[in-house]
Design a protein around this ligand. Structure first.
Ligand SMILES: *[C@@H]1O[C@H](CO)[C@@H](O)[C@H](O)[C@H]1NC(C)=O
Ligand SMILES: *[C@@H]1O[C@H](CO)[C@@H](O)[C@H](O)[C@H]1NC(C)=O
Ligand SMILES: *[C@@H]1O[C@H](CO)[C@@H](O)[C@H](O)[C@H]1NC(C)=O
Ligand SMILES: *[C@@H]1O[C@H](CO)[C@@H](O)[C@H](O)[C@H]1NC(C)=O
Ligand SMILES: *[C@@H]1O[C@H](CO)[C@@H](O)[C@H](O)[C@H]1NC(C)=O
Length: 417
């Protein structure tokens, strides 16, 4: 109880400053939610290459005991597989190279877990392992960031064809790699549970979350997906009212309402729980893979719109930066819920595989990997400025988030063999 109270207070104090920080990267909240059905086009079947001997050899190198959490970023001479010009699917705000970011040292680091190696990303292997399958990234803009990294990595071997997009907003998109009959989707669902986002269009200045219902935007298509990568977190910091069984459970940062402040850690747990329960209830006997990408910390130093809001040019060294309380809690919730769900599937001898993609520590140690002012093109073309918008949350592409997908490939390998 004491600790809970402490969080609530802390978050009250932090909420204003968080709200400001969120503005830059919560632009989606200003855009009306398009209520659309996003499977309009049938996928044409294609001939797919068989899985080869080399594929199988390669996969044997997977170390099932690898703990990705503990490790360090080490210097690397390997160049990224793609760059800001070679990959056509990078969201403008993350295309740091093309936006004039002058330094490139941040591109030359590899994550080295203490007790194992992560091989460089092999696009052909990834496509072979998931041929005839559908991968969906479901969540907020971090899910989209990871998806765009994967598309860039894969497009170095096979050109994706955009077969669906909802509108200019790019909240729901789908590509097909015809050569391999691999489909990749992105589904906007920042809470994973049913919710209303605050926006000008909805007239809401706070979110509404219905914690006992999975969001139909992904749940109604569950059977179409073979690999699901869930990634959420930052939207839970916004002011919100929470509902469960059609009753108000409480709220977060809501002084104008007569509801109890209950913070958001427990709420986040309920959202992950409802999500995994939905997946488990429907797919426990299916040969499918569910991955939860853990919380990725932000690196704001000071005001989000002041010069040098995330000025670091190199990763933190091991032991240089401790994880902050919120980051630790968010990750813990995700790891615990994933472990519980995985055990439950195991207990009923189900085939569904549920894993965490534990990137919180990797991400924490990369204050140098964000767009910062290069979220906009050439921000200093008219000289230095005091006030400049900064994105210290998302990741430059190419950038550290490419490593998330190297680990995702390791998880896919373990699943397929
Ligand atoms: C990481 O390593 C430290 C020390 O080597 C150890 O105390 C800690 O338990 C490890 N963390 C995890 C998650 O294994
Ligand atoms: C192509 O992939 C989809 C899944 O995205 C699958 O349902 C379909 O059967 C595959 N087609 C062939 C010819 O295997
Ligand atoms: C707020 O809720 C409390 C307890 O339910 C009630 O006593 C009080 O009258 C309410 N205040 C307002 C302004 O509605
Ligand atoms: C397993 O999945 C089936 C549907 O395939 C469902 O009827 C059943 O309730 C599920 N069991 C559990 C324990 O989730
Ligand atoms: C969700 O919460 C319930 C109730 O606390 C628990 O029994 C269950 O194991 C949790 N996880 C899943 C995936 O249902």
């Amino acid at each position: 109880m004491g600790t809970n109270h402490h969080y609530a207070q802390n978050h009250q104090q932090n909420a204003n400053c968080f709200t400001k920080k969120l503005i830059a990267w919560a632009l989606y909240s200003l855009i009306p939610l398009a209520l659309i059905h996003f499977y309009l086009f049938p996928i044409s079947p294609a001939q797919t290459p068989p899985i080869t001997e080399t594929t199988i050899e390669h996969s044997k190198q997977t170390n099932p005991q690898c703990d990705y959490f503990n490790g360090t970023w080490v210097k690397s001479t390997i160049n990224p597989l793609y760059n800001g010009k070679s990959c056509g699917t990078i969201k403008k705000g993350q295309n740091c190279m093309v936006h004039g970011r002058p330094d490139s040292g941040y591109l030359h680091w590899r994550w080295k877990p203490e007790n194992c190696q992560i091989p460089p990303f092999d696009p052909t292997l990834f496509l072979e392992l998931i041929n005839n399958r559908h991968v969906a990234f479901i969540g907020d803009s971090m899910a989209r960031n990871q998806l765009e990294s994967l598309l860039c990595l894969l497009s170095t071997k096979s050109e994706p064809e955009l077969v669906y997009r909802d509108s200019e907003e790019n909240k729901f998109r789908r590509w097909v790699f015809k050569e391999y009959n691999v489909t990749v989707s992105v589904v906007w669902s920042p809470f994973l549970v049913k919710g209303l986002e605050k926006s000008a269009a909805s007239g809401l200045n706070h979110n509404k979350l219905y914690l006992d219902s999975a969001d139909e935007k992904w749940a109604s298509d569950l059977n179409k997906f073979d690999v699901m990568v869930f990634s959420i977190g930052h939207w839970f910091l916004h002011p919100a009212i929470y509902y469960e069984r059609e009753r108000v459970l409480g709220c977060h940062h809501c002084p104008e309402f007569n509801h109890t402040e209950i913070g958001f850690f427990g709420i986040f747990r309920k959202a992950i729980n409802t999500t995994l329960k939905k997946v488990k209830d429907e797919l426990n006997m299916s040969d499918k893979l569910v991955v939860v990408t853990t919380f990725s910390p932000a690196h704001f130093e000071g005001e989000w719109d002041s010069a040098g809001a995330c000025p670091k040019k190199v990763p933190y060294k091991q032991g240089e930066k401790e994880m902050e309380y919120m980051d630790t809690e968010m990750r813990k919730v995700e790891i615990e819920e994933v472990m519980t769900a995985a055990k439950e599937v195991e207990a009923i001898k189900g085939r569904l595989r549920i894993e965490a993609l534990d990137v919180t520590r990797l991400a924490l140690m990369r204050p140098d990997g964000h767009p910062g002012p290069y979220m906009n093109p050439n921000p200093f073309s008219e000289g230095k400025k005091e006030r400049v918008q900064n994105d210290c949350v998302h990741w430059c592409l190419p950038g550290p988030i490419d490593s998330w997908n190297e680990i995702l490939l390791e998880i896919v390998k373990r699943w397929r063999y």
